[in-house]
Design a protein around this ligand. Structure first.
Ligand code: SF4
Ligand code: SF4
Length: 178
């Protein structure tokens, strides 16, 4: 196809889409109704509800996090920052040895870098990370897209209830966090 033919074909597609958007009821009712014909919505005046399991923002359940760093090491964008320190914990059983566990000092996710791949949520063995469908957290300053531990914990309120597994499906093996 010559350049000119390709150009004309492209213009035809654009023209057809324009007419379909402006006149969604076609020749029957040739009155411009762009708000009815458009497949997009006029955000933020209009909002669409995302699916329950949409990857909007990641929430943290702090008490489940052992600061094991698995999520941070698996993150392809290196946008999870974790710091912790060791503390003594009581034995699991009577007569057992005192244990050393990690206490979480810092857990930040930089959403300016995150690509919403979900690897961190998948690899966490302790059910400490969950997806929330909440997506309205844009910021005028890019630096403010770094969400700290407190903010990530707050997102947990917006995580939908867990749905039961389908019959016969393999359930995720849950580990005891501490
Ligand atoms: S993988 Fe889970 S438990 Fe380990 S640091 Fe990340 S969120 Fe915490
Ligand atoms: S969703 Fe992907 S890119 Fe974002 S923090 Fe998790 S692992 Fe990193």
């Amino acid at each position: 196809m010559s350049v000119l033919k390709g150009y004309i074909a492209g213009l035809k597609v654009t023209g057809r889409t324009f007419l379909r958007t402006m006149f969604p009821e076609g020749a029957k009712k040739p009155i411009p109704q762009p708000s009815k014909g458009a497949v997009t919505v006029q955000y933020p005046a209009e909002k669409e509800a995302p699916a329950d399991r949409a990857r909007g923002v990641i929430s943290l359940v702090e008490e489940n996090c052992t600061a094991c760093m698995l999520c941070s090491r698996a993150c392809p964008d290196w946008c999870i920052y974790i710091e912790g320190h060791k503390v003594k914990a009581p034995p699991r059983r009577v007569g057992g040895a005192v244990r050393t566990v990690n206490a979480l000092d810092r857990f930040d996710i930089d959403y300016a870098l995150c690509m919403y791949c979900g690897i961190c949520v998948e690899v966490c063995p302790f059910d400490a990370l969950f997806w929330s469908p909440e997506y309205e957290y844009s910021e005028p300053r890019i630096a403010d897209l770094l969400h700290d531990k407190e903010r990530l914990v707050e997102w947990h309120e917006t995580v939908p209830e867990f749905e039961a597994y389908e019959a016969g499906s393999q359930q995720k093996v849950r580990k005891v966090p501490r």
